[in-house]
Design a protein around this ligand. Structure first.
Ligand SMILES: Nc1ncnc2c1ncn2[C@@H]1O[C@H](COP(=O)(O)OP(=O)(O)O)[C@@H](O)[C@H]1O
Ligand SMILES: Cc1ncc(COP(=O)(O)O)c(N)n1
Length: 263
């Protein structure tokens, strides 16, 4: 069984963050391990408070995990501030370079609350991007990280090339927020791929970014090449979107367990 670590925030409603990551990893047959960076008070409609975990406690959690586990893949989500980013970057530098590391550069929640402090963005680009096998911004994240306004696939490519300058191995820009079909792209400077698909719903669904990056980490940890790993991730997303549901009174959440009875 593959050991997949998620370093991310806690969303008690389970739609996003660490709980969504663990559901994704478990449903794919991996063993999910989690290091918490921040606790949010959040439901399927909104975030009402955020409390960060101290950088020392993040470091202690990471140390406890590496002393025990061989890690096959690492997914990174909400990091909240520069001290936590620096702690995670220092940890990644101690790992073998063959371990896949996928960063979902979470900036804002679907409900519009900031999940990363503005002043931490430059540190994330300079210190974390170079440690990543892939970064997986959505359109608003790619716009704000690259400074390029994105209206179409050509703009997505421009933004991806701009973000490659910070040296992640791959930039994957997700197109769920495009007007038409949700096309994702993956770029590494030499190779360039498009992943097309049909728009399956217009509903707001929570946790799609968390789930995409966790599934991608799992497939890369299985040894798949990026093209195949993204295509399997997109197929996984489509199944989870088709079976999404509304457990509370706000946004819909993904159904990660579509292969189980009742899913
Ligand atoms: N309505 C939709 N129909 C089909 N696929 C979608 C839809 N919305 C998002 N996706 C896919 O789900 C994944 C997550 O994309 P996106 O919504 O852009 O990310 P985020 O959750 O970070 O905003 C991508 O593969 C995207 O193409
Ligand atoms: C702890 C945590 N991590 C990530 C997200 C982003 O997910 P979404 O964009 O679906 O709100 C979130 N809302 N909460």
């Amino acid at each position: 069984m593959l050991n997949i670590l998620t370093i991310a925030g806690f969303d008690p409603s389970g739609g996003a963050g660490i709980i969504a990551d663990l559901k994704t990893i478990s449903s794919l047959g991996g063993y999910g391990i989690s290091v918490v960076t921040a606790i949010t008070a959040q439901n399927t409609s909104r975030i009402t408070a955020i409390e960060k975990v101290s950088p020392l406690m993040v470091q202690k959690q990471l140390e406890a995990i590496v002393q025990d586990f061989h890690l096959d893949g690492i997914k990174i989500g909400m990091l909240y501030d520069r001290e936590i980013i620096k702690t995670v970057a220092a940890f990644l530098q101690t790992l073998k370079s063959s371990t896949p590391v996928v960063l979902d550069p979470v900036l804002l929640s679907t409900s519009g609350s900031p999940l990363l402090k503005e002043e931490a963005i430059a540190v994330m680009k300079a210190e974390l991007f170079p440690c990543c096998t892939a970064i997986t911004p959505n359109l608003p994240e790619a716009e704000s990280l690259s400074g390029i306004t994105i209206k179409n696939i050509a703009d997505m490519e421009k933004a991806a090339l701009e973000l490659l300058k910070y040296h992640p191995r791959w930039v994957i820009v997700k197109g769920g927020h495009l007007e038409g079909e949700p096309v994702d792209i993956a770029v590494n400077g030499k190779e360039f791929y498009h992943f097309s698909g049909q728009r399956l719903t217009r509903k707001e669904i929570r946790g799609t970014g968390c789930t995409f990056s966790s599934a991608l980490t799992f497939y890369l940890a299985r040894g798949l090449a990026m093209k195949e790993a993204v295509s399997r991730t997109k197929a996984y997303m489509e199944k989870a979107i088709i079976k999404s549901f509304r457990p509370g009174q706000g946004h819909h959440v993904l159904n990660h367990f579509t292969s189980l009875a009742g899913g």
